[in-house]
Design a protein around this ligand. Structure first.
Ligand code: G3P
Ligand code: MG
Length: 286
């Protein structure tokens, strides 16, 4: 969520830097706030040796709701008075109408959240991808051809919640679907074609950079952007590939014991939690 534009606020109050927070494993774990989250937000709100505010945005692979709903939900968990930006909650788009999906032509499959019922969702998506002309009731197109495009919003294999061990994410669901497709279409060599969004892909960082620039009302030239995250394969690789500094925290997916499995690109710093991350950032800006 972007903060309010600074155009109406004297820039002397604000550092020229910006912070990009990952959410799960950095600010919250499931329904619980990370204990240091409020202090970290207060530091960015001016309680620092710069005596300046440091604007921030959040960049999450968590989907399934609008940005406004996500911001409101995370603010409620963190319970921070000047919380994340909250817009009016949108009208519920589901008007309750049901279609006969045996006859309805489906033009694309877009996965916006981690499926709850893998078995059901794998079967339905497979039926659509294999269907003749995108109509499930037509039965399977037996050429091995994929009938409709497939989009995923998040490639996280695992992510951090309030459970003691990481949970499978949307990337795990995609791995299951790719395996089923290969085992049933592999002889024709037809690999599952899918378009991927979310961290660590460049499109997400371009969008986030535009959000940051809209806060400062400028083109961002020369700005230090620091990304704080818990997942090396999404948060750190994504920031590293985009040329941002990155701070990896130990409160989520990453732990010193598992680093050999997950660390592709080296973070600029590795710290225990989000408060240490923000303190480290302030020290870079002094
Ligand atoms: O489903 C959300 C999970 O994949 C990770 O979310 O906030 O750590 O990018 P986040
Ligand atoms: Mg995370």
């Amino acid at each position: 969520e972007t903060g309010k534009s600074l155009s109406s606020t004297p820039s002397s109050l604000y550092s020229g830097a910006a912070v990009v927070f990952d959410i799960d494993g950095v600010l919250i774990r499931g329904k619980n706030a990370i204990p240091q989250a409020v202090k970290a937000l207060r530091i960015l709100d001016g309680e620092n040796k710069l005596n300046k505010k440091i604007p921030f945005v959040t960049l999450t692979n968590g989907g399934g709701v609008t940005e406004a709903e996500k911001a409101a939900a995370v603010s409620k968990i963190i319970d921070y008075p000047d919380g994340l930006d909250k817009d009016d909650l949108p009208v519920d788009p589901n008007d309750g109408s049901m279609s006969d999906f045996n006859k309805e032509k489906i033009h694309a499959v877009m996965v916006f959240h981690d499926p709850r019922d893998y078995g059901r969702d794998l079967q339905i998506i497979y039926d659509v991808l294999k269907s003749k002309d995108g109509v499930i009731g037509n039965g399977y197109e037996n050429s091995g051809k994929q009938s409709v495009p497939l989009y995923f919003s998040n490639s996280d294999l695992i992510w951090s919640t309030d459970f003691v061990s990481p949970r499978f994410g949307q990337g795990a669901f995609r791995a299951c679907l790719e395996t089923l497709w290969d085992k049933t279409n592999g002889d024709g060599g037809n690999k599952l074609e899918r378009i991927l969004y979310g961290k660590p892909f460049k499109v997400q960082y371009e969008y986030t950079e535009n959000c940051i620039n809209s806060i400062f009302n400028d083109n961002g030239n020369g700005r230090n952007v620091y990304a704080i995250g818990d997942n090396p394969l999404s948060d750190i690789d994504g920031a590293h590939n985009y040329g941002w500094k990155s701070v990896l925290v130990r409160t989520g997916v990453y732990s010193d014991q598992t680093k050999h499995k997950y660390l592709n690109s080296n973070p600029t710093a590795i710290v225990d939690d989000v408060e240490q991350a923000v303190q480290w950032i302030v020290d870079q800006e002094v």
